[in-house]
Design a protein around this ligand. Structure first.
Ligand SMILES: NC(=O)c1ccc[n+]([C@@H]2O[C@H](COP(=O)([O-])OP(=O)(O)OC[C@H]3O[C@@H](n4cnc5c(N)ncnc54)[C@H](O)[C@@H]3O)[C@@H](O)[C@H]2O)c1
Length: 256
């Protein structure tokens, strides 16, 4: 399929996990893709592994820093001539612990990346999309924890709740410009994310801990990055042209 031929796409946090799978799927389907991450080595390695017919570019961007987000938009417009899709995927969780044991520094840091980062991405891509006059699509990666939180990562889940509210409010603001804003709520997945959230890298996680996670998911497994890539590319595609302000739960039924 070549659904995204000549489409210009930015994926943040593309050096690992969901972002790498999302960027790969867009590249496989003919898009021009700018893979952005704070981790230069990781994002270069993902970009080098792509078998793409479109243009591939990289940027080393901390999404919490406004000047770096502006530079990311400039890198995309200079590489491709425009931006049709922005996937605000970069994010992380503080370590799983009870809320009153979380420091103000941990709280502020996770809001800076997960909420300010999404705000900055939207703030600086929307003028580009409006100026182009051809509309656009923004997809924000939230979490099932935003709609069905469990104990332990409450400030993190609150960041994702903020992302969902921002998605809806923004969708209402930019609909007149034919810019759609949607979100995806993934369930647990064995990506780089797990090390931050649990203190244990995915590859070192004990089977009983994996089982505990899986036991809350009706479809009986965790999310794979390709599951998230499928939902994101659907939302970016023409099949979803009448969808805005929505969130797709890609969670194996965990939020039922
Ligand atoms: N894996 C899960 O269980 C899970 C579940 C629900 C939601 N999510 C969300 O999915 C998104 C992707 O996470 P993942 O699971 O692929 O994790 P991951 O750790 O594998 O990948 C995240 C990527 O984001 C990058 N990143 C982190 N902070 C950044 C910053 N300030 N600026 C730019 N890049 C930054 C990292 O370097 C990394 O490459 C995150 O927003 C996360 O909150 C993950």
């Amino acid at each position: 399929m070549d659904r995204f031929r000549s489409k210009n796409i930015i994926v943040t946090g593309a050096g690992s996990g969901f972002g790498a799978a999302i960027a790969t799927r867009f590249a496989d389907e003919g898009a021009n893709v700018l893979l952005s991450d704070i981790d230069q080595e990781a994002v270069e390695s993902v970009a080098a592994g792509l078998d793409a017919s479109g243009i591939i570019a990289t940027s080393f961007t901390n999404v919490a820093e406004e000047d770096q987000v502006i530079a990311m938009m400039e890198a995309a417009t200079s590489a491709f001539g425009g931006i049709d899709v922005l996937v605000n995927n970069a994010g992380y969780s503080h370590l799983n612990k009870l809320t009153w044991k979380i420091s103000v520094e941990e709280f502020d840091a996770v809001f800076a990346v997960n909420v300010r980062g999404v705000f900055l991405g939207c703030k600086h891509v929307i003028p580009v999309m409006i100026e182009q006059g051809t509309g656009g699509s923004i997809i924000n990666i939230a979490s099932v924890g935003a709609i069905a939180p469990r104990p332990g990562v409450t400030p993190y889940n609150a960041t994702k709740g903020a992302v969902l509210t921002m998605t809806k409010g923004l969708a209402a603001e930019v609909a007149r410009n034919n810019i759609r804003v949607n979100a995806v709520n993934p369930v647990a997945s064995l990506t780089g994310f797990m090390k931050g959230a649990t203190g244990i890298a995915s590859e070192d996680m004990a089977d009983d801990m994996k089982q505990r996670l899986v036991s809350t998911i009706p479809l009986g497994r965790m999310a794979e990055p390709v599951d998230i890539a499928g939902a994101v590319t659907f939302l970016a595609s023409d099949d979803a042209v009448f969808m805005t302000g929505t969130a797709l739960n890609v969670d194996g039924g965990r939020s039922i």
